[in-house]
Each structure stands twice: as C-alpha cells, then as structure tokens.
Design a protein around this ligand. Structure first.
Ligand code: ATP
Length: 217
C-alpha cells in the first residue's frame, strides 16, 4: 500500500478517532488544532502535530498544503471555521479535501467552497445504528450509495442447507453473496456448490430494498 500524507485539522473526538485509524493503517498524518492539550493528546499516534489556527492564512500556507495527498477538516461545531479552513485549503492548492458536515446545508456550502467530499459522522452513525437495530438478523451494514449497500446478515432459515447455486440470489433478487462467515472466519471464495448453514452469516451486496425484503421474509 502506498503511504499517503494526510493533513488532519480538528482534534475533537471525531478527529482523534480518524487519527487513530489512520495510524493503524500506517498513513503519515500531520495533525493540527488550536488547542494545545488536544494536540498533545494525539502526539503519540501521529507523525507530527502542530498548534495553530486553521483560519489563519499564513499559518496554513506555512504547512505546504500542496504536498499533502489529502486534507481532512474535522472541525464540527464551529461551522464558520470549518468553511474558512476548507476555502483556504482550496486556495492553497490542496489536492483532495474532505470536510465534516452536520447538515445538508453545511455540506452544500462546503462543496461550493472547495470540499471534494463530505463526511457526516453523526448522520452516518445514526443510520448505521438504526438499520442494525431494525432486525436481530442484521449484523453489520455498509452503505455504498442511496440505492445499494453491503449487509452482513444471518442466513435466512429457508436458505439453510441449500447451495449458493440453488438459491440463485443473483437472478431472483439481484443480490451477490460476497462472503460467508463460519465460526468467525470469513471465507471470500464463495463457490456455487457451497452449502449455507443456519449458523453462518453472509455478506451480501445489492439494492437495499431487495435485501430488506429477504430480511423481512
Ligand atoms: P467532536 O465533535 O469531534 O468531539 P468537539 O465538539 O470537541 O469535537 P468541535 O467544535 O467539533 O469540537 O471542533 C473539533 C476540533 O477542532 C476541536 O478540538 C477544536 O479545538 C478544533 N478547532 C476548531 N476550530 C479550529 C481552528 N480554527 N483551528 C484549529 N482547530 C480548530
């Protein structure tokens, strides 16, 4: 994997979680916050960290914005600061900017002012929780777009004991079985002859409404 160099601005709970995850996957992170305590807290898990105000054009310019593969604006509550930071990053030639938003209106402004994509942490978590809680049979959920998603679900009772080819889910529901989890081991080489067992969980990809029909059946 090519190591990316990432500028992360805003080290609240969300920013810190992003820093931790980036550290785990071996990316090079420069973290920035105007709060000294927050900067000190992330020091052990990032490549470098600086105290500074990201709405200050001179401070931001001194970071050499063009050299980062990605800039993440993880400021939440102070939308003015988030917008100004996004705008400045764009002006300074940032390659790819991901900005955090709390609402569609904020997302619209951020996209208009330089953001290439938007993260909606609260909304995405809320949706994930709501979908997971909607049925005991849903173990995990990952939205791909408004229509499609990957679900990890328990094998429906009526499917147990049948082969993947007998079930013919692609033709019947437009659903692909990507992997089978058996005794906590994920098998991604699903063959037509594979027999699904009641205790398995499966990772399926398809239209959300089609998958929902299977879960509700
Ligand atoms: P979270 O919701 O992630 O827990 P929070 O609610 O504690 O964060 P936010 O206002 O969302 O705080 O801001 C996230 C972080 O961004 C904070 O640590 C804050 O100090 C930092 N921050 C806000 N404005 C700026 C700025 N202009 N320059 C640098 N850092 C900033």
């Amino acid at each position: 994997m090519k190591v990316k160099s990432i500028l992360l601005i805003g080290l609240g709970r969300f920013g810190r979680h992003v820093a931790m995850r980036l550290n785990e996957v071996g990316q090079e992170v420069m973290a920035v916050d105007h709060d000294e305590e927050r900067v000190n807290k992330v020091l052990p898990i990032v490549t470098s960290a600086l105290i500074g105000d990201s709405t200050d054009p001179d401070f931001l310019a001194s970071l050499g914005i063009r050299n980062f593969d990605m800039c993440i604006v993880a400021i939440g509550d102070d939308f003015q600061a988030s917008l100004e930071t996004t705008d400045l990053l764009k002006e300074l030639g940032a390659k790819h900017i991901i900005s955090r938003a709390c609402s569609d209106i904020q997302a619209k402004f951020l996209l208009r002012n330089g953001a290439d994509s938007i993260a909606f942490p609260e909304r995405q978590l809320a949706e994930w929780l709501a979908i997971r809680s909607s049925s005991d049979n849903i173990i995990d959920y990952f939205e791909l777009d408004h229509e499609h998603a990957i679900y990890e679900i328990s094998v429906p009772k009526s499917w147990a004991g049948q082969t993947v080819s007998d079930l013919d889910t692609r033709k019947k529901y437009g659903i692909n079985i990507l992997a089978v989890k058996r005794e906590n081991r994920l098998d991604t080489s699903v063959t037509p002859k594979m027999i699904l067992e009641e205790k398995d969980t499966i990772l399926i990809l398809g239209k959300r409404d089609e998958i929902q029909k299977i879960i509700d059946a």
